[in-house]
Design a protein around this ligand. Structure first.
Ligand code: SF4
Ligand code: SF4
Length: 212
């Protein structure tokens, strides 16, 4: 899940100020789950911006160009008339909409991380899309994200009583979690294995996966 948070209303008002006709687009997947860009938030935003809003729609997944074309097909005229589009989705969705429409894009949300949802309002970062996943060897726990230093071999000397120094010893040390997970699985040999630094060339930007 791509976790997003809303920009402060003052920032959105500042960005929308130069435009007279605005079309709002929400996201029916991740931003709906985060309660930042679903039907309800799109409606609230339209009420906040008032007469400037000439239309609104929630695309099932705005990061998927096929769904953008499908879900915005009926709004073509209004999209053409709009001076700018206010997008309540992650940055990938916002850019797909920019590509599809060629319009000025106003991002209403900030994209913060790829994460896990415990419940609404409790989101935790779980993956940094490093393109070289190691969690088979680390008990299903990502050291890149969950260790504050991103260490592939741990724990570091700052761990105390199972807690991480970077959090003031309040949050669990990722490498203690990894040790416990591997122990439970009877795979502690993997804990002692040395892992060389990641091959950063696998993460050259921008990433693409083109199979066909
Ligand atoms: S190692 Fe961590 S950051 Fe890399 S792909 Fe796996 S979960 Fe994502
Ligand atoms: S205490 Fe643990 S989680 Fe924190 S930086 Fe060191 S190894 Fe990483």
């Amino acid at each position: 899940m791509i976790i997003t948070k809303s920009k402060v209303p003052e920032k959105i008002l500042e960005m929308t100020k130069p435009y007279k006709r605005i079309f709002i687009v929400g996201c029916g997947t991740c931003s709906t789950a985060c309660q930042t860009g679903g039907e309800e938030q799109v409606k609230e935003m339209a009420e906040r911006l008032g007469v400037k809003v000439i239309g609104k729609a929630v695309v099932e997944s705005p990061c998927d160009l096929r769904l953008v074309k499908r879900d915005l097909g009926g709004s073509r005229q209004l999209l053409e008339e709009a001076d700018a589009l206010l997008i309540l989705s992650c940055g990938a969705g916002a850019q797909a909409l920019a590509e599809h429409t060629g319009k000025i894009i106003i991002p209403g949300l900030d994209t913060v991380f790829v994460g896990e949802i415990e419940r609404i309002g409790r989101f935790y970062e779980r993956c940094r899309a490093c393109a070289d996943c190691v969690i088979y060897e680390t008990g299903g726990i990502c050291p890149v994200v969950r260790c504050s230093k991103g260490l592939l071999n741990g724990p570091c000397g700052g761990m105390a009583n199972g807690k991480c120094e970077a959090s003031g010893h309040t949050r669990d040390c990722a490498w203690v979690l990894i040790y416990n997970a591997l122990k439970k699985q009877g795979r502690l040999d993997l804990f002692a294995k040395f892992r060389p630094p990641m091959d950063r060339s696998k993460k050259a930007q921008p990433q693409e996966v083109v199979n066909r």
